[in-house]
Design a protein around this ligand. Structure first.
Ligand SMILES: NC(=O)c1ccc[n+]([C@@H]2O[C@H](COP(=O)([O-])OP(=O)(O)OC[C@H]3O[C@@H](n4cnc5c(N)ncnc54)[C@H](OP(=O)(O)O)[C@@H]3O)[C@@H](O)[C@H]2O)c1
Length: 345
């Protein structure tokens, strides 16, 4: 007897009920969303959890944070469930990956959501949806920073901060494919992973990364990738460069320990570094404004995954209903790679 697909009548979605700790995340049940013209309803299999989710959950101060209740989640992989009028690019039953940028903020922590068809890219057969979801924001960010912003050349020497994190591990994988010589900062417990991914690890907690980078390279690296931010951190990253090296700044992971006050201090140092000669400070463009690049590069990354040329590091697969545990894990640290929510439909 053929197994029949059970038709869901409700959507379960995790909402931020008010700003606060992980306990403000609650699951609600609601009618299934209906796709509008040009949209696709996706049954979510995997949704990424990111450092930005923690910032938007804990405070309403960050520009772009909506008033609660709202749903987090920037990246999803799922199965096409229903087409809105005029959609022909994808078919029901097909697996797709996509970012939720076009919705404004988030939406991914759901069993079902409607996304513009233009945000979706088909996932090749045989690919693990959890690994595929790592590509949508983390690998696109890493690809953008490495190839569009820094324009790295084979053989260049680079320092990657947060090398065991979601974006850092993506930079390591793409850097290896591009023939870069890599150094990565990480806590000691992540050093074996960083070495296995092809970089020389530095323990940023106990070692002076400026001194070690300059010693390892005999004068400094060509490029530093810095998703940590902070006044002192960015200044020190600039000192790890050789003369006329490039510093790519693209994040503020330091807010996890030091709070949102890190952001204005980071912007002040960014402005100072732009004025100082002897190095180039580079910023990454906004992923959400790069439609053609987004679709082409995500398809390219999915092909690399299907061909086994990249192997995204998954820190944990956590049921959607336990989203609060996922946030606790991110806040606690001690993981490597990306934390992913999975549905159990
Ligand atoms: N511009 C964009 O489009 C974009 C997109 C995505 C992310 N981001 C930025 O990138 C940042 C990182 O994102 P993610 O998803 O990779 O976060 P993540 O998975 O939480 O990784 C961050 C890593 O940073 C490490 N870390 C913390 N403080 C550090 C320090 N002082 N020096 C070196 N490493 C340190 C931690 O490593 P250990 O556990 O080894 O200590 C952690 O693994 C985010 O905070 C966000 O600001 C930007």
């Amino acid at each position: 007897m053929l197994a029949e697909k059970v038709m869901a009548t409700k959507n379960h979605r995790v909402v931020v009920t008010r700003h606060g700790g992980p306990d403000v995340l609650h699951m609600i049940a609601e009618p299934l969303p209906e796709p509008q013209p040009g949209e696709v309803r996706v049954q979510v299999l995997a949704a990424g959890v990111s450092a930005y989710d923690l910032m938007h959950r804990s405070s309403g101060m960050l520009p772009g944070t909506p008033k609660p209740p709202f749903t987090l989640g920037e990246d999803v992989v799922g199965v096409v469930d229903k087409l809105g009028a005029g959609v022909t690019a994808v078919a029901p039953g097909e697996m797709v990956a996509g970012a939720t940028f076009k919705l404004g903020l988030g939406g991914g922590y759901s069993e079902y959501l409607c996304l513009p068809a233009t945000a979706l890219v088909p996932v090749p057969d045989g690919v693990d949806p959890v690994q595929a979801v790592c590509l949508v924001v983390n690998y696109l960010t890493a690809h953008m920073a490495m190839h569009r912003t820094a324009q790295v050349q084979r053989g260049e020497r680079v320092l990657i901060h947060g090398a065991a994190g979601g974006v850092g591990s993506a930079l390591l994988e793409l850097g290896k494919l591009s023939g870069l010589v890599m150094i990565g900062t990480a806590s000691r417990y992540n050093h074996d992973r960083v070495s296995a991914m092809g970089a020389t690890p530095i323990d940023y907690r106990t070692q002076d990364f400026v001194q070690w980078t300059r010693e390892l390279t005999g004068g400094g690296v060509d490029v530093v990738f810095d998703p940590i931010g902070g006044f002192r951190q960015l200044w020190r990253s600039s000192r790890a460069l050789r003369r006329n090296g490039r510093l790519v700044w693209f994040g503020v992971a330091a807010t996890k320990q030091a709070g949102l006050k890190v952001i204005p201090l980071t912007l002040l140092m960014v402005a100072l570094l732009k004025l100082l000669p002897g190095r180039r400070l580079l910023l990454t463009p906004d992923l959400s404004k790069e439609n053609n690049w987004y679709r082409n590069t995500l398809a390219e990354l999915l092909d690399l995954l299907a061909a086994g040329q990249i192997n995204p590091l998954v820190a944990a697969r956590i049921p959607l209903a336990e989203a609060a545990h996922a946030h606790e894990l991110l806040e606690r640290g001690g993981y490597a790679g990306k934390v992913v929510l999975v549905t159990t439909l």
